[in-house]
Design a protein around this ligand. Structure first.
Ligand code: DAH
Length: 367
């Protein structure tokens, strides 16, 4: 499967729009002067320093993966929402744009790797606001232990891996954020048990930094590592870069505006972004009677398809059901460019097109 085959307008098993297609291959994480590349390299430095010569890095793996790689290989249950067409971009019924870098765990294990980092663009259908964008970037980390590693420790393999995992990731958080307060929160992931989230206290709030855990035995067994244990973690680069660089809106990562790009340079983590201008948002409301198939993700895709990166937020502001059982939603759409002021005319045009497409594509009844 090559990139050119990704958008198939008439194929009902395909839900990849042009706006997403155009992002494939841009690889922001491989630009050394981009905040995502700077963050990636800083994390590399930590692993190189803590484990000299051990972690192999993959930042160029193809984002088109099979449903087996994305879901089955990492034990995502058959009925998990992430498998739905509402949440994931399908190229055809067997192929998706990966929704997480965990999709590569199994193949890299089978290739014999024991310590690796995977960095890449990941894709998710989602709502629209300043921290959510349908393409973002993740880093996956994986470390395998053999019985020799834990035999003298007085711990079983799982406890040994969990201890090493926590120590390693606390070190990473300190490397990125300095001496911050941290806490571990128990959670659930299909591919790890036990599973944890690491949070740090940063600028007055608890911030989730990453998810991690001790890899399910079944994954190791199926991929040539019977009797081994492993830990894994996954983190979102944008989320961390937004707080480290003070970047207020996730769309900025995609900006080619010199006033954005010129503020960052190789090796300089945490240089604070200076907004070059702040244009006012323009709000437009839209109400309609929804139908059974209506989802907010589908609405957002329509809006993004028309307004592109000029849409800042799509927010449900009113929701009621009448006596006949019909449900009405009112959405407020915020239009704002990061780079220039928008004219009334272009906003009105966009809103008119949004209304027409919402009516025709989502088959809802505008009020
Ligand atoms: N794949 C998870 C996600 O996208 C992140 C993650 C959590 C990766 C725990 C891991 C892990 O490897 O152990 O939300």
């Amino acid at each position: 499967m090559s990139f050119v085959d990704v958008v198939k307008e008439d194929d009902p098993t395909n839900n990849v729009p042009d706006t997403i297609y155009s992002k494939i291959g841009l690889q922001l994480h491989r630009r050394d002067n981009h905040p995502l590349g700077i963050l990636k390299n800083t994390i590399y430095d930590y692993f190189d320093k803590s484990f000299p010569g051990q972690f192999v890095k993959f930042d160029d793996l193809c984002p088109l993966v099979s449903t087996k790689q994305n879901f089955d290989d990492v034990l995502v249950p058959a009925d998990h929402v992430s498998r739905s067409y509402n949440d994931t971009y399908y190229v055809d019924s067997q192929t998706v744009l990966r929704c997480h870098t965990s999709a590569h765990q199994a193949e890299l294990l089978r290739e014999g790797h024991r310590h690796f980092l995977v960095i890449g663009d990941v894709y998710r259908r989602d709502s629209i606001d300043s921290t959510h964008y349908p393409v973002f970037h993740q880093m996956e980390g994986f470390r395998v232990f053999s019985p020799d590693d834990w035999s003298g420790s007085g711990m079983d393999g799982t406890a040994y891996a969990a201890t090493d995992l926590k120590k390693t990731l606390e070190g990473l958080a300190t490397h990125l954020f300095g001496a911050v307060e941290m806490r571990w929160v128990d959670t659930y992931f299909p591919f790890t048990n036990p599973s944890f989230e690491l949070e740090i206290y940063f600028q007055g709030d608890w911030l989730e930094v990453l998810g991690c855990g001790v890899t399910e035995q079944e994954i190791l067994k199926s991929n040539g590592r019977t009797d081994h244990v492993a830990w894994a973690f996954g983190l979102g680069l944008e989320r961390l870069a937004m707080v480290l660089f003070d970047i207020p809106d996730i769309r900025l990562f995609w900006s080619n505006d010199q006033r954005f790009t010129s503020q960052f340079s190789k090796g300089k983590l945490g240089v604070k972004f200076k907004p070059f201008s702040k244009f006012p948002p323009c709000y437009k409301d839209m109400s309609f009677w929804i139908n059974d198939e209506f989802t907010e993700n589908n609405l957002c895709e329509v809006v993004r398809g028309i307004a592109g990166d000029l849409v800042e937020e799509v927010k449900l502001i009113d929701n009621f059901t009448n006596k006949k059982g019909m449900t009405s939603h009112c959405y407020r759409i915020a239009y704002r460019s990061m780079e220039r002021s928008l004219t009334d005319e272009e906003i009105n045009d966009m809103q008119w097109n949004v209304r027409e497409e919402v009516k025709s594509k989502l088959r809802v009844e505008l009020r």
